[in-house]
Ligand binder design. Structure first.
Ligand code: PLP
Length: 407
């Protein structure tokens, strides 16, 4: 018999089962259900705490719920959330100017997801190719790198070299040439008079935090300049302080023709992405030729403006360098023989395991049980990207626990 006041309660399903049953299986999350986050820490439905060493693939560079970002978001929620670009709002101007100053580029074009910003970069490069470079109609080509990850749209997976990302999604968008990542000679050889851009991650994140050989980005920059080809840096994951510089290209003193940004640009609160370039490039757009209903909305702009202000002080970049050196030094000194290589820059590392042993996934599951969240990529790599605000004691605790599961 039902007791009074109990209503028509159905036994609530486990959120993991709910997702498994009602959401497409396009992800394979670790079996942790997070309810709260603060700084580098998250709490699950049972009240257990974990250190977050993934930072939502670097979207949470400033940690969970950074007070400054939360305050900006709340203040904007109470005033205005969306106008569309049919009207002006009072937030986009400051965001655009701030991002222009941060990148040193004359113009920005705001979108939402990273993939949309990459699409924007490709469309811009093609249009620039036709209007400025003088490429024949519909002949434009973009060179990309083997092992790339630039997002999930149909056009972007058209030039992926990862079968999981690409297979069964054809027919594909033509106009892309794939060259070896880190191979400047291959880039030079792939360029034709119809090439409009070279699109590259300064460090390949999804591929397992792969750093190209020293001098590669600088050489690629020069090759692009010589051939009147746009150098487009996808800094969606590597930028916003992650590697210890605002942008990873700065490690080689490279200035790209276009920056592609996303993830942490929205402070881990809201999707905000953008491209930045000078007006001879981004000036190719006229009204009606590109856009997005939510792109440049006042909520995202208000958050993004705070992100830019926080990056301008350099303190997060500095933290990433100092803590990152500590993390990489410790891992290199203490990793057991199961580990083939520790790669990384700043607070960003790929722990490469020798093949033919317990998988990276299984080790991440054990690490989770021990209160640390990290994510495998490609069977044999554990990727680490702690929030840049992580305390040294917390980082050391996480490294201790990681070293245990590496044995
Ligand atoms: C995450 C990522 C993207 C795609 O961003 P989404 O917001 O997931 O669409 C593109 N490029 C790089 C380098 C990324 O890491």
């Amino acid at each position: 018999m039902r007791s009074p006041g109990s209503g028509c309660h159905t036994a609530s399903m486990d959120p993991r089962e709910q997702v498994e049953r009602f959401s497409a299986h396009n992800y394979h999350p670790l079996p942790v259900v997070i309810t709260h986050g603060e700084g580098s820490w998250v709490t699950d439905i049972d009240g257990k705490k974990y250190l977050d060493l993934l930072s939502a693939y670097s979207a949470l560079n400033f940690g969970h719920r950074h007070p400054r970002l939360i305050e900006a978001a709340k203040a904007q929620l109470d005033r205005l959330t969306l106008t569309s670009r049919a009207f002006h709002n009072d937030q986009l101007g400051a965001f655009a100017q701030g991002l222009s100053e941060l990148t040193g580029k004359e113009m920005v074009l705001p979108m939402n997801s990273g993939a949309e910003a990459v699409e924007t970069a490709i469309k811009t490069a093609r249009k620039w190719g036709y209007l400025v470079k003088g490429v024949a109609a519909d002949a434009a080509r973009v060179v990309v790198a083997d092992g790339n990850f630039h997002g999930r749209t149909t056009t972007i997976v058209s030039f992926s070299t990862d079968p999981d990302a690409r297979d069964d999604f054809g027919p594909f968008t033509p106009g892309f040439d794939v060259v070896g990542y880190g191979d400047a000679d291959a880039l030079r050889a792939a360029i034709t008079p119809s090439t409009v851009a070279f699109l590259v991650e300064p460090i390949q994140g999804e591929a397992g935090v792969l750093l190209p050989p020293d001098g590669y980005l600088k050489a690629a920059r020069e090759i692009c300049r010589e051939n009147n080809v746009l150098f487009i840096a996808d800094e969606i994951q590597s930028g916003m302080g992650r590697t210890g510089k605002t942008f990873a290209v700065e490690w080689e003193d490279v200035v790209p023709d276009m920056y592609v940004m996303g993830k942490a640009l929205g402070g881990g609160i809201y999707p905000v992405s953008a491209v930045a370039a000078d007006s001879d490039v981004l000036g190719v757009f006229k009204p009606g030729e590109h856009g997005s209903t939510f792109g440049g909305n006042p909520l995202g702009a208000a958050i993004g403006t705070q992100v830019i202000a926080m990056l301008k002080t350099g303190e997060f970049q500095e933290r990433s360098r100092v803590m990152g050196d500590h993390m990489l030094d410790r891992l290199r000194a203490e990793a057991p023989s199961t580990v083939a290589e520790i790669r990384g820059r700043g607070l960003w590392a790929g722990v490469q395991l020798h093949p033919g042993q317990e998988s990276a996934r299984s080790r991440c599951e054990r690490l989770m049980v021990d209160g640390v969240l990290a994510k495998d990529t490609h069977e044999t790599t554990i990727r680490l990207a702690p929030p840049l605000v992580i305390e040294q004691d917390d980082l050391d605790l996480a490294i201790d626990k990681l070293l245990k599961v590496l044995h």
